[in-house]
Design a protein around this ligand. Structure first.
Ligand SMILES: [Ca+2]
Ligand SMILES: [Ca+2]
Ligand SMILES: [Ca+2]
Length: 226
């Protein structure tokens, strides 16, 4: 038991200290990785994009519900109410860490795309066994959508250290498009899009933000334009 885990216990990446929250996420991701992934290829991930996209967009109704003053973002106070209502127990410190980690626009408020990422991180951090049914938020698809995203990340993270490296990204794409010269370049571009803080590693959080961007869920978008 535990043969896979423990090979890479370094809490630091390229000399940068990581936050407590990130350490917890890496740990949770390694646990998930130990369970294995159902994803077989990069293409199979891409094929699931439309369905995932649709399910994530449905989160909008929840977002609006918790945006009590309807100003288009969820502030720390509103987020606390949100967790209370969902009966998700976090310490004050955990809530503010989560908030800070996802507030990439640094507006002191969760935009819609940031809120999606936050919910998915909550999903990852809370053991499925104790995950309150309420996190499904009346959206039965939500949990399986989050699970798909976790699975996609586990697929990419070949050495199961909780991060996707450039090499792993190239590997994943090469498995799909063997022999095509352009595939390496595509992998590089995808990688650069994902590695927001340019530290050479893609964390699950970065992956999620890139994902919402790819499927076209952006911070300031208005209601679904049909
Ligand atoms: Ca608000
Ligand atoms: Ca890795
Ligand atoms: Ca990074």
């Amino acid at each position: 038991m535990g043969g896979v885990i423990g090979k890479c216990d370094s809490p630091r990446r390229q000399g940068l200290p990581i936050s407590k929250l990130e350490a917890k996420m890496v740990e949770a991701m390694r646990r998930k990785a130990a369970e294995g992934t159902t994803v077989k290829s990069f293409n199979s991930i891409i094929m699931k994009f439309p369905k995932i996209d649709e399910n994530l967009r449905n989160v909008k109704t929840i977002f609006e519900q918790f945006d009590e003053d309807s100003n288009g973002s969820i502030d720390p106070e509103e987020l606390k109410h949100c967790f209370n209502k969902l009966q998700i127990s976090f310490t004050e410190e955990e809530v503010s860490d989560l908030f800070e980690a996802c507030d990439i626009s640094e507006t002191q408020g969760m935009k819609f795309n940031e809120f999606i990422v936050l919910l998915c991180l909550v999903y990852l951090l809370k053991e499925p066994a104790v995950l309150p049914a309420k996190l499904k938020l009346g959206l039965p698809q939500l949990e399986s959508t989050f699970e798909k995203l976790v699975n996609a990340f586990v697929f990419l993270d070949k050495n199961k250290d909780g991060y996707v490296s450039k090499y792993e990204m190239v590997q994943a794409i090469n498995e799909t498009t063997s022999g095509e010269r352009s595939s390496g370049r595509i992998a590089m571009r995808r990688f650069e899009e994902m590695d927001w803080d340019k530290n050479g590693m893609v964390s699950f959080k970065e992956f999620l933000f890139a994902f919402t961007h790819w499927v076209g869920i952006d911070a300031d978008e208005e209601e679904d334009e049909e």
